[in-house]
Design a protein around this ligand. Structure first.
Ligand code: ADP
Ligand code: SF4
Length: 680
């Protein structure tokens, strides 16, 4: 198929200083959790983005010196010649596809851990180190010799960037790292020529830009990543705009981000597509140089609008390029319905925050390009003309059926419920989670075009039915039930009174039970569900208390960048929060808690309790089939496998990955992991 000509503006080349981008699709710097530690994994990932049509593909933030690190988060690195060789792998992979490679030169500051280097952080002043994992420490207020040393680090790194083959070299001046902090009056209290007036505060950034510019002149483009002030921010917008004016036409490209990560990297619960664009337009109007920015663009029309309306010159993307590395190609080939849209869950970001390679809820191949050799658009043909029965059409079953269908197997997908979707059907109805439905809908869209896959909703299969269907392979994806006994990550014992009928399971809630009056949501799961359910019940008119044995509500959501805006939403809804308390008993009217640490327990009024904790794998079918294994034994080659929540309850991304993996591994004698580290 050919591309719709109205999207032509997205495919026009554009010059950036001395280099030319082949189109307007620009993968901005984004973390991978791979960085300097996993150069081959990283090169495979970035090369794949270029293959998918991204005209510019950048590294993540790239440390310029061994005095700056964010351990345990592995940044990229250009600290020495070994790093040059490592990053060459990436630039070669990107260039092989005709794209430009960009590197984001970074120096940390008081927000960085330096746990690897053991060096004190340098910054604009003696500031308390904010890195969560750092012991109490303060940065060194840079003197003139430190400033000169920093400038030299940038110069050296710029030379290495050229050696490594980069076409675009960034100076990174946002997200509260060192160069950003010099711009901000709240941090910059200096009385020398680097502090005070805006001209002085911008001096260091200007010097670094000029230093790097001199070195790369004529060979690579110079980009600056800068924070656009948002109306919601505490930073004085005028300050950042005034500083921008002073530099507006110096670099070859502006990459406009935001210093409020809650918005730039906002979860879809609170932040929708193109959220930054007003703020971007304000800075774009002040420069003649090309501008790139992000907005979790998943709609080709919204992307097009950014270019035709002149809000920005490149469609910047991190998450949309993770969920679908082939997004540009699909637009180019007129295959819009094949675009796998990001759901804005931020699981990708969470894993980097945990110091682990990224993964994606929508795209199970992300991060597995080198390790397992997975390609999002290519999959081996079926190993034999055989049939597969997939039982359960939640995320795991849907993904398994989709990937098996692509391989060419005859697939039956049986689902007990009226509609395929499993947990997605329930969770996407919770406040803010509508985009989660894309996990189901993209797969159903793909399956609808596969003649070899039949979906049978409203078909609960038992062991007899499975055996009768006589498929060569059976994949069980039957999910899990929410437990009602309050057990979870902290709570190992059931609470007294958990069998009471005013204890409502999440499954019952999703099926229509609506507790009212005083409702305790007891969250021992710590991800998004507890808070989302509390918000839903509050909207339905219940007086909700969200209680948790953790010391923050939805504590894991700080990795997915949902935490702050969730706290605000809970406060706005008037939901009472009780932390550090374990549920021990319930009787209609009252619930009793004991402290996780020391101190008094609490007693709360409660008409209903909704526990959000552990789940019970739906394992009956698996167990029965195992017990009747001899009935299968006669059938040579038959395989039975269980995947997703019925095997090990987890997050949606894990279920999708399990489904994909089962499909890839069918007919293979070995696990699909080929390599997971570089061995010297
Ligand atoms: P996962 O996240 O592992 O995909 P879900 O709970 O989202 O798990 O989905 C499991 C699906 O399996 C649900 O839609 C459920 O209705 C379905 N299911 C469970 N048991 C059976 C069964 N015996 N036959 C058919 N479908 C089943
Ligand atoms: Fe989007 Fe979630 Fe995938 Fe990240 S993990 S790219 S937010 S779908």
């Amino acid at each position: 198929m050919a591309r719709d000509p109205r999207f032509d503006p997205l495919f026009e080349p554009l010059q950036i200083g001395p280099v030319t981008a082949p189109n307007r699709f620009y993968q901005v710097p984004h973390c991978t959790g791979m960085g300097y530690q996993r150069p081959r994994m990283l090169a495979a990932l970035r090369g794949l983005k270029a293959e998918g049509g991204w005209g510019v593909v950048c590294t993540e933030y790239c440390s310029i010196d061994n005095s700056s690190d964010e351990t345990p988060y592995p940044s990229a690195s250009l600290r020495d010649d070994d790093d040059v060789r490592n990053l060459r792998l990436m630039t070669d992979a990107v260039h092989a596809q005709g794209a430009l490679a960009g590197v984001e030169l970074w120096y940390g500051g008081h927000t960085s851990s330096n746990l690897l280097s053991r060096e004190p952080q340098f910054d604009v002043g003696s500031l308390a180190v904010e890195a969560e994992l750092s012991p109490p420490a303060q940065s060194v207020a840079m003197d003139k010799s430190d400033i000169e040393a920093l400038r030299e680090m940038y110069r050296r790194a710029a030379r290495r960037a050229l050696e490594a083959g980069f076409d675009i070299v960034y100076v990174y001046a946002c997200h509260y790292y060192l160069l950003h902090n010099f711009l901000l009056p709240e941090f910059n209290q200096r009385s020398d020529e680097y502090g005070g007036s805006v001209e002085n505060r911008v001096r260091l950034l200007r010097e670094v830009i000029e230093d790097v510019g001199e070195i790369i002149a004529g060979r690579a483009a110079l980009a600056v990543r800068y924070a656009a002030p948002l109306p919601s921010e505490d930073d004085d917008p005028q300050e950042l705009v005034a500083a921008f004016r002073l530099l507006a036409d110096i670099p070859d490209l502006w990459d406009i981000a935001s210093s409020d990560y809650n918005y730039e990297m906002g979860s879809s619960r609170y932040v929708k597509e193109a959220e930054l664009q007003q703020a971007v337009a304000r800075l774009k109007a002040l420069t003649t140089k090309p501008v790139v920015s992000v907005g979790r663009f998943t709609s080709p029309d919204t992307m097009l609008k950014q270019i035709t309306a002149g809000t920005q010159d490149f469609v910047g993307a991190a998450r949309p390029s993770i969920a679908d590395p082939f997004l540009p190609r699909k637009i180019d080939e007129g295959r819009l319905e094949d675009i796998r849209e990001c759901i804005g869950c931020n699981v990708c970001y969470a894993y980097d925050m945990l110091g682990a390679p990224l993964r994606c809820t929508q795209n199970p191949t992300m991060g597995e390009e080198w390790r397992r050799g997975w390609h999002p658009e290519k999959i081996d043909a079926r190993h034999a003309d055989e049939s597969v029965l997939v039982v359960g059409a939640g995320p795991a079953g849907l993904e398994a059926a989709t990937a098996l269908g692509r391989r060419g197997y005859d697939v039956i997908l049986a689902e007990a419920g009226e509609e395929p979707g499993g947990r997605i059907n329930n969770e996407s109805r919770l406040p803010g989670l509508a985009e989660y439905a894309r996990v189901r809908d993209w797969r159903l869209g793909q399956l609808a075009r596969m003649a070899n896959v039949q979906i049978y909703p409203a078909n609960r299969l038992d062991a007899d039915a499975v055996i009768e269907l006589d498929s060569r392979h059976v994949i069980l994806a039957t999910g899990a039930r929410w437990r009602t006994d309050g057990t979870g990550r902290h709570t190992t014992n059931a609470f007294r009174g958990c069998e009471n009928e005013q204890v409502i399971s999440l499954d019952a809630l999703f099926s229509g039970d609506s507790p009212h009056g005083r409702v305790i949501v007891y969250d021992d799961d710590h991800y998004y569900l507890g808070t989302a359910v509390a918000l839903m019940l509050s909207r339905q008119g219940a007086r909700v208390t969200l209680a948790t044995p953790e010391f923050r509500v939805g504590s894991w959501t700080r990795y997915t960048n949902e935490y702050s805006l969730t706290s605000k939403a809970l406060a706005d809804a008037g939901i009472e929060i009780v932390t550090g308390q374990r549920l021990v008993a319930f009787e209609p009217g009252r619930s009793f808690f004991e402290p996780v640490d020391a101190g008094p327990g609490v007693e709360l009024e409660a008409d209903f309790v909704v526990p959000v904790g552990a789940r019970e794998p739906e394992g009956e079918l698996w167990r029965t089939l195992q017990a009747r294994r001899d009935e299968f034994e006669a059938r040579e080659g038959l395989s039975i496998r269980r995947i997703g929540d019925c095997h090990a309850p987890g997050i949606i991304a894990a279920a999708v990955h399990a489904g994909h993996r089962a499909a890839r591994e069918l007919g293979q004698s070995e696990t699909s992991v080929k390599r997971d580290r570089v061995v010297v």
